[in-house]
Write a protein that binds this ligand. Structure first.
Ligand SMILES: C[S@@+](CC[C@H](N)C(=O)[O-])C[C@H]1O[C@@H](n2cnc3c(N)ncnc32)[C@H](O)[C@@H]1O
Length: 315
């Protein structure tokens, strides 16, 4: 494993104890990264407890080999497949699922991964470097409309159309293959952010392309549904997100499962026993404290949402 790149886990002390409710239980860490949360979860488990971790990044999987613990298993797969992967190993249910969504610091800090507009590198941006299309391959063939749509919806970028146009004009002359090429193109058409002049004009574009290349929002929705199927009664689901698009998905999902009656037409003449039953309860939002935000700037945008699973009729 490359020791130059490390990851400082957000809410590493606070989050795992909120998910681990039974030291003898089986837990999923859906986003191993460099294992900060996994190690903390293991420290909370008894000798009977088990932790099954996932990551789609081969470098994260490599680093997980350092954990020599019989209670620990690492799986190289997207977390949307957690239910199928667990079933293959004979696990049908777990006591809790934890997710720390997004990119890890090693992914951003290693220029060769192509996630960063600060350093020059190949325009890759795949979390799983063993499969799928790179950002350069996508930008070479996507239509101008598709590029604009992705940058607008996933980057919430006002200048998405201009960015898509300059990308398509440029690629007809020269392939766009590096992070600096893309960052410089974006800087030509996006004015400096008046509220935050220190923000690189390519910030939103890079975020959008990264989310698109890794299907991050679809992955999150699928994983939440998988966690619902897996987690036992009274078990917890905990998710840390780092931007509003992801947080909105988690917040809505938890709200809908905790209050299914809200989706009904209130004019329907239903008795209390005919109302759909909640599948989640005790929804909570936890933020990192000031001390952590001062020590780790990445923590400033983090939101941990927690929910407790409730199976039919057991509220
Ligand atoms: C913020 S980091 C997690 C850091 C980790 N909690 C720690 O303490 O080191 C997110 C990790 O999740 C992985 N990841 C993101 N989306 C994924 C997905 N859909 N399936 C599996 N792993 C994913 C990334 O490759 C990255 O390693």
């Amino acid at each position: 494993m490359d020791k130059r790149f490390t990851h400082l886990s957000v809410m590493a002390e606070v989050a795992p104890p909120l998910v681990v409710t039974d030291p003898d239980g089986t837990y999923v860490d859906a986003t191993f990264g460099r294992g900060g949360h996994s190690r903390r979860i293991l420290s909370l488990l008894s000798s009977k407890g088990k932790l099954i971790a996932f990551d789609r990044d081969p470098q994260a999987i490599e680093s997980a080999k350092e954990i020599m613990d019989d209670r620990f298993t690492i799986i190289h797969a997207p977390f949307s497949r957690m239910r199928e992967e667990l079933a293959l190993r004979g696990v049908q249910s777990v006591h809790g699922v934890f997710m720390d969504i997004g990119v890890s610091s090693p992914q951003i800090d290693d220029a060769s991964r192509g996630f960063s507009f600060r350093m020059d590198g190949p325009l890759d941006m795949r979390m799983d470097t063993s499969c799928g299309e790179t950002a350069a391959q996508w930008l070479a063939k996507a239509s101008e409309e598709e590029i604009a749509r992705v940058i607008h919806t996933l980057g919430e970028e006002r200048f998405a159309k201009r960015i898509a146009r300059i990308i398509v004009q440029t690629r007809s002359q020269v392939p766009i293959e590096t992070t600096q090429q893309l960052a410089q193109l974006v800087a030509q058409v996006v004015p400096a952010n008046k509220k935050d002049p220190t923000q690189n004009p390519a910030t939103r574009t890079f975020q959008a392309i990264r989310i698109h290349i890794n299907s991050e929002l679809d992955e999150l929705s699928l994983a939440l549904n998988a966690a619902m199927q897996l987690v036992d009664d009274e078990g917890r689901i905990g998710v840390i997100t780092f931007h509003s698009l992801e947080d909105r998905i988690v917040k809505r999902f938890f709200d809908e499962k905790a209050h299914p009656e809200k989706a009904l037409d209130s004019r329907l003449p239903l008795r209390a026993d005919q109302l759909p039953q909640p599948e989640l309860k005790d929804i909570k939002r936890v933020l990192p404290d000031q001390e952590e935000c001062n020590a780790n700037p990445r923590a400033r945008s983090a939101i941990l949402r927690l929910a407790t699973r409730v199976h039919a009729g057991r509220l």
